[in-house]
Design a protein around this ligand. Sequence first.
Ligand SMILES: Nc1ncnc2c1ncn2[C@@H]1O[C@H](COP(=O)(O)OP(=O)(O)OP(=O)(O)O)[C@@H](O)[C@H]1O
Length: 251
Amino acid sequence: MPNTPAVELIDVTRSYPGVRALAGVSAVFPAGTFTAVMGPSGSGKSTLLHCAAGLDRPDTGRVLLAGRDIAGLREPKLTEARRRVAGFVFQSYNLLDSLSVWHNVLLPQRLAGVRPDRAWAREVLTRVGLAGREHARPAQLSGGQRQRVALARALAARPEVIFADEPTGALDLAAGREVLGLLREAVDDLGATVVMVTHDPAAAGHADRVVFLADGRIVTEMTRPAAEAVAARMTAVSAHAGSAAAGVDAR
Ligand SMILES: Nc1ncnc2c1ncn2[C@@H]1O[C@H](COP(=O)(O)OP(=O)(O)OP(=O)(O)O)[C@@H](O)[C@H]1O
């Protein structure tokens, strides 16, 4: 089904006590594309990512992950669906310090109960520039190297979708650029779909498209984003966030 979107959200809402984190979000993330999700602090970016990825369940609405509606799934079916199609990269790497690089990379497949594809794991470690570091512990690596291990771990399971939450948030400029380049390659060379939350207009400039959230709604979007234009749009969105004009169209 080549035209099935990798992820689709249909009128998704999610509230926490006293807060409407997502107030009715519909969005399509086509297969083989790289989308950045931006918006002011508290606008619902992480909640959107978590609902899209099956890490959280919406209150209402539908979430189609690789064509399957996961919004109504309960554990352990939700975890199964997530492991089958999604890979994750978080700001804080989320590596296990007690395991070597190699075992960190293979862990999601082991947890999923599938036989790890070792040849492919070696290939992805080479792709991210870590061939030869298989025996190192995460604590022996730089932040940029740790994030590249996290990316290798995500890629090793050949996910259809990689969800990245502020993947460059803890990295310096050069290390951040490397990680963004590798996410771009995952899309261009491996056909993956990337959905990335970021605060950084330069990071969003690596994407094909940026969707902007304010007050739990998508208020505008931009294709083929250039960093300067993204920064200007963010300023416009932030100026309207929290006001009744949450439906701002800043184009
Ligand atoms: N587990 C939770 N319990 C209670 N409130 C939550 C929870 N997660 C998120 N929220 C609230 O929902 C709203 C949206 O949060 P979310 O983390 O999605 O925003 P964000 O745009 O990712 O913010 P930031 O850029 O600061 O990370 C916020 O008001 C937040 O305080």
